[in-house]
Design a protein around this ligand. Structure first.
Ligand code: SF4
Length: 116
């Protein structure tokens, strides 16, 4: 069976087709190697970076932008968002500071994306 998807590794957004042939995953439509890597990972272990905000106290704004420092499995995104929504951090916070290590039991950490 063929699966269609859009490569999100760069802004070009190549339309990919993935299918299995002789026990191997074949990716077509990719303009570069990164598209093949993305397509195979999307079939075998779909994952996403998560960007959001957390509540912060003692800063000039009420929320701090955060992200995962590695993609998390798609099925964990809801759990990751629940953990992000639970915490309140205290200023000062530095860019890249780990706020939630191994979020939702994954290899990824939630890190701050700006100073505040
Ligand atoms: S296949 Fe390559 S060029 Fe096409 S969207 Fe993916 S990264 Fe960009």
């Amino acid at each position: 069976m063929k699966k269609e998807m859009t490569c999100i590794s760069c802004p070009v957004g190549c339309r990919l087709t993935a299918y299995e042939k002789d026990g191997k995953i074949i990716i077509e439509g990719n303009a570069c190697k990164r598209g093949e890597v993305y397509g195979i990972s999307e079939i075998t272990n779909p994952s996403r970076m998560v960007c959001s905000t957390v509540k912060i106290q003692g800063a000039f704004l009420p929320s701090l932008p955060v992200k995962t420092d590695e993609p998390v499995p798609k099925e964990k995104i809801f759990e990751v968002m629940e953990e992000i929504n639970k915490i309140t951090v205290q200023a000062p916070v530095h860019t890249g500071q780990i706020l939630i290590p191994h979020v939702a039991g994954t290899k990824s950490n939630i890190v701050a994306t700006r100073e505040m």
